[in-house]
Write a protein that binds this ligand. Structure first.
Ligand SMILES: C[S@@+](CC[C@H](N)C(=O)[O-])C[C@H]1O[C@@H](n2cnc3c(N)ncnc32)[C@H](O)[C@@H]1O
Length: 238
């Protein structure tokens, strides 16, 4: 059995917050560079800590810091106990813009479907995120993005779906590469790719029973599925 099937009971509206993050994280991990390690990992924008659960079970992580802004740490602690991972996953509440960790602390920082909410501005990666990963460590990010900038009727449909300002959070792989290379290309190796799990991750979100999933299904079926993608970002701190 594919290991992702072990998590199928979480593919519901009570756990998922968007396109199936198990699929995204699984692909992000499958495509890691050979020297990446997860021993001490920060799950940045962990949501309901589903991604922390997967990292804890499916990598060499010894500790996973489940860090999130919208979800209280106590709520996540209850979930982490349900997952029977309270000795490995540490729930924390806080803002990515003001993290309380020691510098050079993490082997890996992983962020799934969250980084675009705070990371689209110049300087954020260099000043707020990169300092916390060790030399030789990785920051690995999966975000929803665009294959290309929509034009005309498709642009209007996209902006209606994303509701105004949120449209600014969706960027192409080339845009992310330029932003990150401009900030840290001199001290990091940076690779940006498009994910392949798009159809499955969205379909499982549509099928989750979540009301936002039903709305997303309607918009994607009108043609948005042709311009959206998921962007995978790997940054090694040298
Ligand atoms: C769509 S959810 C994804 C959660 C989880 N990674 C997953 O894939 O299931 C996005 C998460 O990003 C978090 N987030 C947004 N802005 C943040 C910030 N400034 N600092 C920390 N977390 C943030 C939110 O709290 C939210 O739980």
């Amino acid at each position: 059995m594919n290991h992702i099937e072990n998590y199928r009971k979480y593919f519901t509206k009570d756990y998922l917050m968007g396109p199936n993050s198990f699929r995204l994280l699984d692909e992000l991990i499958q495509r890691i560079p050979a020297d990446a390690r997860f021993r001490r990992t920060l799950d940045l924008g962990c949501g309901y800590a589903l991604t922390s659960l997967f990292i804890a079970n499916e990598t060499d992580a010894r500790s996973v810091y489940a860090y999130d802004l919208w979800i209280p740490a106590t709520d996540n602690y209850l979930r982490i106990r349900e997952y029977q991972l309270e000795d490995k996953v540490i729930p924390l509440h806080g803002d990515a813009m003001d993290m309380p960790f020691a510098r050079n602390y993490f082997d890996a920082i992983v962020s799934v479907d969250a980084y675009h909410y705070f990371g689209c501005k110049e300087g954020v990666f260099r000043d707020r995120i990169l300092p916390f990963v060790k030399k030789g460590g990785y920051v690995m990010i999966a975000v929803p993005g665009l294959k290309e900038q929509p034009q005309g009727e498709m642009k209007r449909l996209f902006e209606t779906w994303a509701e105004g300002d949120d449209a600014q959070l969706f960027r192409t792989a080339a845009w992310w590469e330029e932003l990150l290379k401009g900030e840290c290309g001199d001290c990091c190796d940076i690779a940006v790719k498009e994910a392949e799990c798009f159809d499955t991750a969205w379909q499982e979100w549509f099928d989750s029973g979540h009301e936002y999933g039903a709305r997303d299904r309607e918009f994607l079926s009108k043609g948005l599925d042709g311009i959206l993608n998921f962007v995978l970002i790997y940054v090694r701190k040298n």
